[in-house]
Design a protein around this ligand. Sequence first.
Ligand SMILES: Cc1cc2nc3c(=O)[nH]c(=O)nc-3n(C[C@H](O)[C@H](O)[C@H](O)COP(=O)(O)O)c2cc1C
Length: 255
Amino acid sequence: MADSIFDRPLENKYHEEAPVTDFEAFRKIVESRRSIRVYEDRAVPDDVVRECLRLALLAPTSSNLQCWEFHWVKNPEIKAQLAKACFGQPAATTAPVLMVAVARPNLWRRHAKEMAELLESQGAPKAVLSYYKKLVPAAYGLMGPFGVLSPLKWLVINLMGLFQVMPRDPMSPWGLKTWAHKTVALACENLMLAFRAAGYDTCPMEGFDEVRVKRLLKLPRGSSVTMVISAGRRAVGGVYGARVRFPESRFLIEH
Ligand SMILES: Cc1cc2nc3c(=O)[nH]c(=O)nc-3n(C[C@H](O)[C@H](O)[C@H](O)COP(=O)(O)O)c2cc1C
């Protein structure tokens, strides 16, 4: 039996072969993804959007808790209002497809319970079950209503951290939001690369009025909009300029 959740259980014989992949194809997808500000007036087939959304949800997710939602806004009236809530940016107003990526940090409790039940029904090892039944509630909970217990959690974690390796964040509802946004952002990148691989283009947007977007989509309290993503085919002039990046040496640090 494994000593910790991070060890591979000895009885685990599960294996997936790594298929041969095409790095050149991936490079082409990544390098040709640009933020598109003006789209051609051409629809994207629904099955392409659906497949790209499916691939988005294959992104890694913290503790596999999947605290995300993707709202594909198809209703023309709501779509027009959404574009308006994105300050009427052409990346939104000219886009045939508009989607809203939403972080739902509060889903962790329900999903942890469901995950424990699912794994239990599959005969998962005790350590895995205890991860979802004990560790996850301690890591993502113990903050009290509206985070009133967050300072206490911070203090206890930091005191214990003086003597042992400790999981630190999230310690407050704000930390939990950041935690969920990280996972959603990974799915957003999957989504944008999937569209590019399918021959379409995208633009991620944080230029929106979150209160209006939440009201428009009737998002529940505690949810948070990570970004709005538009998709379609780039129009001539839809890329505003050559790609600009600072020198890699500034950002790539070796230790
Ligand atoms: C989180 C996020 C929010 C962004 N918000 C907007 C936006 O509101 N409007 C827009 O035109 N571009 C937006 N962008 C696109 C960036 O401006 C763009 O990624 C950057 O200029 C680099 O260009 P590239 O994506 O073509 O490489 C956003 C990008 C990210 C990652």
